[in-house]
Design a protein around this ligand. Structure first.
Ligand SMILES: Cc1cc2nc3c(=O)[nH]c(=O)nc-3n(C[C@H](O)[C@H](O)[C@H](O)COP(=O)(O)OP(=O)(O)OC[C@H]3O[C@@H](n4cnc5c(N)ncnc54)[C@H](O)[C@@H]3O)c2cc1C
Length: 474
């Protein structure tokens, strides 16, 4: 009998008889890909090109039954399992090295219930799939800033974006989840069914099973918003930062503004003379009435002498893709993040100090405005916690694989993070953690909600079958 070597639950090599795998494959509606098969290479491509894990087998389920079969198969054979949604997790948690990867990209249905203002979303969807389907009806779910990001990973870690000031974390709008748990049972969890599981799924990551459907509450948004990007030379940084503080104190929740400092990319929307020079940008999205937006955005558009001002009336769907090209798939990425309770003078001094003599072409520190609806829930409303977060500070580097810039970029990110973390709430975003972040950072993400997560993990996944994630140990 011939065998295939597949990584076991604890990382050990296990022999699986080819007949056993063939019997599993035969019952699937979806497909199974081996390393030499067409489509295998594409199915293990991740956004972060730095991750080099390679599963022994990729399973592409086409139905909930397929997922049940796959979960039973890995459990009965003691195999290591990973789940790939959009493949955007920076730590590469979508893949297992030598184990079985469930690639959910075949399950991308989006069903919009216009009257009920709900969307039923398949686990292989990216944000753009949902935005396009919901915006056809002038509705939107509270999702993130880059349309290629997977809905599954983003939602399971909490999720925030341009609409979070109005509606909260993505999981505050989660109504129901269909999930296959470690015992192979299909469950529907909500505020009124399997409540503890639902609580854990609202931020606790992929620890509790394979999600086969998300149901989101939708809100009337757009289809037109006033949004875009405006950039000034970094010599104006202090003035822009003062303006930013005034904006965040006074603007309604319809306006979300993000600050980014970096060296100017060679982008056609910026004057060529500015390329490579230090700049400061604001990315904004105003989802209120066009008149209100004009009034609220006027101080930003009138400030100083911008190098370029691309804030205009556009579709919400277009705004949701504005940043996509800045985050190309396959580059190498390294980030650190902290949530901030506010923006002090000292914080901006420390922030600005990170850019003295910075040569790296794509390193940046982003300040995402979050304060609003998410602060109005108690800390234990869902596992996501971090209800005191007013901003997310994300220190980001990106470089091409052959540039040799990895060490210098990682050092810059770590140095900036060491300097800035004194201003943190003490919490960080589980979805922004890189490969080298240890378990303490996961505990810090959940803080007072961590113990309850451990209890629920022990109930639904006592053998820790779902461990290729920011793992909660049972
Ligand atoms: C360019 C970029 C922009 C981003 N912008 C935002 C943003 O605006 N807001 C925000 O909140 N976050 C943002 N993120 C972070 C993002 O939320 C995480 O990277 C998230 O993990 C991506 O989800 P994914 O499905 O693409 O990831 P994957 O890498 O496919 O999966 C990540 C993990 O999610 C779990 N998972 C995936 N699918 C399932 C499933 N069906 N069932 C159970 N578990 C599953 C698994 O544990 C998996 O290991 C961004 C990330 C990137 C790279």
């Amino acid at each position: 009998m011939t065998h295939l070597q597949i990584t076991g639950l604890a990382g050990e090599a296990r022999d699986v008889a080819e007949e056993t795998l063939a019997a599993f494959t035969a019952g699937l509606k979806g497909s199974v890909l081996h390393p030499d098969d067409e489509g295998f290479a594409e199915s293990i491509l991740l956004w972060n090109g730095m991750i080099k894990k390679r599963p022994a087998v990729v399973v592409r389920p086409a139905s909930v039954d397929d997922v049940v079969r796959a979960v039973n198969f890995v459990r009965e054979n003691g195999l290591q399992l990973s789940i790939k949604g959009g493949g955007h997790n920076i730590a590469g948690l979508a893949l297992t090295d030598g184990g079985i990867t469930l690639d959910m990209s075949g399950m991308t249905a989006v069903e919009v219930d216009v009257e009920g203002r709900l969307a039923r979303v398949g686990p292989g969807c990216n944000l753009g799939d949902v935005d396009r389907a919901t915006q056809e009806h002038g509705l939107a779910a509270t999702l993130g800033f880059v349309s290629a990001t997977g809905v599954a990973g983003l939602t399971l870690g909490g999720g925030f974006g341009y609409l979070s000031r109005r509606f909260g974390w993505t999981v505050d709008d989660l109504e129901e989840v269909e999930i296959v748990t470690a015992d192979g049972t299909v469950r529907r969890a909500s505020r009124t069914a399997e409540e503890d599981l639902f609580w854990a799924l609202r931020g606790g990551g992929g620890n509790f099973g394979v999600v086969t459907e998300f149901v989101f509450r939708l809100h009337p948004v757009g289809p037109q918003v006033t949004a875009g990007v405006i950039a000034w030379p970094a010599s104006e940084a202090e003035g822009v930062q003062d303006l930013y503080r005034r904006i965040v104190e006074t603007s309604p929740r319809e306006l979300t503004a993000v600050v980014i400092r970096r060296n100017a990319p060679p982008a056609p929307w910026l004057p060529e003379t500015a390329h490579g020079t230090p700049i400061i940008m604001m990315v904004v999205c105003h989802s209120g009435s066009l008149e209100q937006a004009q009034a609220d955005l006027a101080p930003i558009k009138a400030h100083g002498e911008p190098l370029a001002d691309l804030i205009l009336v556009k579709t919400y769907v277009a705004q949701q893709t504005l940043l996509d090209a800045t985050q190309p798939k396959g580059m190498h990425y390294y980030w650190k993040s902290e949530f901030l309770p506010g923006l002090s003078d000292q914080l901006f001094d420390t922030y600005n100090a990170q850019f003295v003599d910075l040569k790296a072409p794509a390193n940046q520190i982003v300040l995402f405005q979050m304060a609003g609806a998410l602060n109005e829930h108690p800390e234990d409303d869902g596992a996501v916690g971090n209800r005191e977060a007013a901003f997310a500070c994300v220190i980001q580097s990106m470089w091409s694989p052959d540039s040799g810039a990895g060490d210098a970029n990682r050092d810059w990110v770590r140095g900036a993070w060491q300097a800035l973390k004194q201003y943190s709430t003490g919490g960080n975003y589980v979805n922004f953690q890189t490969e080298d972040e240890a378990d303490e950072r996961t505990v810090e993400s959940y803080r007072s909600n961590y113990e309850r997560l451990e209890t629920i993990k022990a109930k639904y996944d006592p053998s820790n079958l779902f461990r290729v994630n920011r793992n909660i140990r049972p």
